[in-house]
Design a protein around this ligand. Sequence first.
Ligand SMILES: [Fe+2]
Length: 193
Amino acid sequence: MTDEGNARTEVSAYEAANGRTPALQTPLRQLYDEHAPLRQEMDAIFELAHGIEDAPLRQATARLAELAERVERFDANLHRHSSKEEDLLFPMMARYIGRDSGPIAVMEYEHDQAKQCLRLFKERREDGSQLTDPSTIAEMGRLASDAVVILMDHFCKEEHALFPMANTMLSRQELDWLEKEFERIDEQGGERA
Ligand SMILES: [Fe+2]
């Protein structure tokens, strides 16, 4: 059937772009691959968060409770991933291309922006007193959605610009060192020794 044929050959712009990405060295490939499960979590978060303020209050409150749990899990998983970039990859690349402007400055700024949204979300949740207040629900939905929007765009930049740049810029020794440090971070559940 023609329809089946079309469905099978249909490739998203994202997949098409990934298909053109040159083979990344192991530690960069690892960072790249860690984006996929984080993206899945972000899809679920966005679905819950976006337009939460339009739901009837009882439903919105239940949605917020689920959203808060998902955001907490995501925050921990994101930290495990982003600490590899912030503590190791970005400083290493900054030795070549600087840190005050250019790609590393942009990447760090976007990490900060996303973290700020997640931190404010967490503060509202921990406060707890306003979790049935429509304006707090709307604000928390906005904070979670904003974090997702920032990070979705950020991941694309890393995948299509930053990681390929690191792939050609970093030496074999630097890449080997990153690989070992990433292993150590993973063994220690996301923290550096
Ligand atoms: Fe990343």
